[in-house]
Design a protein around this ligand. Structure first.
Ligand code: MOS
Length: 739
């Protein structure tokens, strides 16, 4: 059965908020902390697995001239060595950058497009044997590394001339150039953001097992239907012959939206060997073989009147990728966040020969706001305005491209700023940088707006009333550590009038109805929509089975009621001849076109900068967020805290360094790619403002998973400026730059 969300529901059982919106801890938490949650590499069902070890290319560009596997094959325990010379035919792709709707072949030919692209795969009885044999493979390259481009600063100039696909997405309103020129106050600044790695704790890992022509792939992935379809296209195997299992995922942050060598090569090897094969990427391989967040160069221009009203706003965002890859959409939020009659917002893409760029938590906004929100701080100072007031003056209620015809479905940016100012003690801020001291430390406060576009995706679910009266929920949706198990259970429980413990939630299996998956902050609202409509249908099925009028049936306390009559759900199930279940595929109407939709927030930061060493200490962070209905304040808060922590990382330490001669990311492990540790993170706090958005989904929520990272780094940077008077436009803000 299908349902489309194209108008708000009249009667919405979720509004009772008996289970949904309550602070439930994670349903699967005990499994995780006792080591019983099974991650991709840990499944014991595939018996007698062999171990695969991927070999990544040692050059950034070129061809494999020769590959000698004879020494490797002669080593103990070695079962198979795959190279481009003996790989079976695979589906083709036009680009080395993995795409959600295309094949992702591994080693289809001798061409090398990036460092650590797969060039061989060794399978042996043990992991150590496979790794040892991998080291014995001798590869000669026709090395064209020197002919590649590895510097965005050097290639960005060409992007303007090229006239790319990106042009069609430009926002051009009014006459920006003329308006900017005649502005009373102008600001023209350029910011840069570095390459970042998602660095999930759990590596990309897969176990492939064939039973005849049926493949089961246990894998660590955010989007079951993408890998399901993509693998089918890659292996030339019908989708119905492939089962994907991804029950628990140890972090993705975008790096597990696509699939990589571990999945494809394990599947190919397992088929050839007639034996399960498992493979986990090594930590260094994660940094160069899988995706990363592209670096950006962003030019911001504002023209205002004397009072700070923006009438010209310009944002040019440059990024690079391999041929066929996409741009980092760093200027997207600038199309919608602030007022301005005359607008010029552009994103440009250049060809770079680094590993494939992809999505990392809040692609676009996460780095776009690092630039935009610092530039706003600079503009406020030029205008001699409080940074909050500048944002309030330039708040808008509709999409500037469409005018009042396309209002925001909900937008509480100003409320977030005001509430945060009050809670954080913004009145303690000195407008003059360097004016506050605490012993040897300079103290500063900073603020930034948070914005993340809100998306809704098709999603399905099956709900079943079991004989004992419990509810089973099944969907392909994944839980990447975000709380899907819990909030989807809460949604089903609320709809069916039972407790959270009465719902068994089963996720991450392609046998279940197709789901939105976990990406782009759309997961909770979208997968929840599938559950909502499946529950609507199951309510009808149960009411009928109980002999009640579905239109009058009320579900509460584990019972179904009509007027004065009632029956326990367990009795209805026990007396039913057929299984009481409903499967729904929910789709999306035009509300997203009719209304601009985004989640909003405000970040506040207090830093201390040492007056001699320039050591930076984040002392306090507060986020105030308005993201529609908050389905579970515990899991939503955790998402925000995680996002804020990553935002501190983006501001102060995270950076993959490019070796411009070798064409690779040189700091490819957690010892050298610095992320915040506990000692770097002070007290964090999150406040959610009340909001119900009935244009967003039947659940009336909006995306929150990525909102926490959006803008927080700019709040840190602005606080550093306020403390020390040093404006750094090149992230991350490391001590050497502050000194
Ligand atoms: Mo998100 S970067 O779409 O996992």
């Amino acid at each position: 059965m299908s349902h489309k969300f194209d108008q708000p529901a009249d009667i919405n059982p979720l509004d009772q908020e008996k289970v949904l919106t309550r602070p439930h801890v994670r349903k699967e938490g005990p499994l995780k902390v006792t080591g019983q949650a099974t991650y991709a590499y840990e499944y014991q069902e595939p018996e007698n697995p062999a171990y695969g070890y991927m070999v990544g290319a040692g050059v950034a560009r070129g061809r494999v001239k020769s590959v000698d596997v004879s020494a490797a094959e002669a080593l103990p325990g070695v079962l198979l060595v795959l190279t481009h010379e003996n790989m079976p035919a695979q589906g083709k792709s036009d680009t080395p950058v993995p795409q959600e709707d295309d094949a992702t072949p591994q080693m289809p030919d001798d061409q090398v497009d990036y460092y650590h692209q797969a060039v061989a795969f060794v399978v042996a009885e043990t992991y150590e044997q496979a790794r040892a044999a991998a080291a014995a493979i001798v590869i000669e390259y026709d090395d064209q590394t020197g002919e590649g481009d590895y510097s965005l600063a050097e290639v960005m100039e060409d992007a303007d001339k090229a006239g790319s696909d990106e042009e069609s997405k430009d926002q051009k309103i009014g006459d920006f150039a003329a308006a900017f020129k005649r502005a009373d106050v102008q600001l023209d600044v350029t910011y840069t953001t570095p390459y970042q790695s998602q660095s999930p704790m759990e590596p990309h890992a897969s176990i492939a097992e064939w039973d005849g022509d049926q493949l089961t792939l246990y894998t660590s992935h955010q989007m079951v239907h993408w890998v399901h379809r993509g693998l089918s296209m890659t292996l030339n195997v019908p989708q119905k012959n492939i089962r994907i299992v991804a029950q628990f995922i140890g972090g993705g942050f975008g790096s597990k939206l696509m699939f990589y060598g571990d999945a494809v090569l394990s599947a190919v090897a397992a088929r050839q060997l007639g034996r399960p094969v498992k493979c986990a990427l090594t930590r260094p391989q994660i940094y160069n073989h899988t995706s990363h967040r592209p670096s950006t160069i962003q030019r911001l221009r504002f023209g205002t009147d004397g009072e700070g009203r923006i009438y010209a706003i310009g944002h040019d965002a440059y990024s690079g990728n391999l041929p066929g890859g996409s741009a980092e959409t760093a200027a997207n939020q600038t199309k919608l966040l602030y007022a301005g009659e005359h607008r010029l917002v552009r994103q440009r893409l250049s060809e770079l020969h680094l590993p494939p760029g992809g999505s990392m938590r809040a692609p676009g906004e996460a780095v776009g706001l690092l630039a935009l929100e610092c530039a706003m701080d600079e503009l406020a100072e030029k205008l001699d305005l409080d940074p909050i007031e500048l944002r309030v003056i330039n708040d808008i209620s509709y999409d500037p491209a469409k005018g009042p015809e396309r209002p925001f479905s909900s937008r509480r940016l100003v409320d977030c700023l005001r509430r945060g100012a009050e809670e954080f003690g913004w009145d303690q801020r000195e407008a003059q940088p360097g004016a506050r001291r605490d012993g040897e430390w300079l103290i500063g406060l900073g603020v930034a707006s948070a914005f993340r576009g809100n998306l809704l995706k098709p999603s399905g679910a099956t709900l079943r009333l079991e004989k004992g009266g419990k509810i089973t929920l099944e969907t392909q949706m994944t839980d990447i550590g975000t709380g899907s198990y819990t909030i989807l259970g809460q949604t089903a429980a609320e709809m069916l009038g039972v407790g959270l413990d009465d719902v068994e939630v089963r996720l991450g299996d392609s046998e279940f109805p197709k789901s939105s998956g976990s990406g782009g902050s759309w997961g909770a609202n979208s997968a929840g929509m599938g559950v909502y409509y499946a529950a609507e249908e199951l309510r009808k099925v149960i009411a009928k089975a109980a002999g009640y009028d579905p239109k009058k049936a009320v579900f509460k306390d584990g019972e179904v009621w009509e007027g004065e009559k009632c029956t326990r759900l367990g009795s209805v199930a026990a007396n039913a001849d057929e299984p009481l279940e409903a499967t729904v595929n929910a789709s999306v109407g035009d509300l997203n076109k009719q209304y601009a939709q985004a989640s909003f927030g405000a970040h506040f930061c207090e830093v201390a900068v040492h007056h001699l060493t320039a050591e930076i200490r984040v002392r306090r962070l507060l986020s105030v967020a308005a993201a529609g209905r908050i389905f579970n304040p515990v899991t939503a808060r955790s998402q925000c805290l995680g996002g804020m922590t990553m935002g501190v990382g983006a501001a102060l330490m995270e950076e993959m360094h490019v070796d411009g001669n070798l064409g690779l990311f040189i700091n490819h492990d957690l010892a050298e790619y610095h992320v915040p540790v506990h000692a770097d993170i002070p007290d964090l706090d999150v406040i959610f403002l009340e909001e119900l958005d009935d244009k967003s989904s039947p659940l009336k929520g909006k995306g929150v998973g990525e909102l926490g990272i959006c803008g927080v780094g700019a709040a840190v940077a602005n606080a550093i400026y306020n403390a020390a008077g040093v404006r750094i436009r090149d992230y991350p803000l490391t001590v050497d730059k502050v000194l």
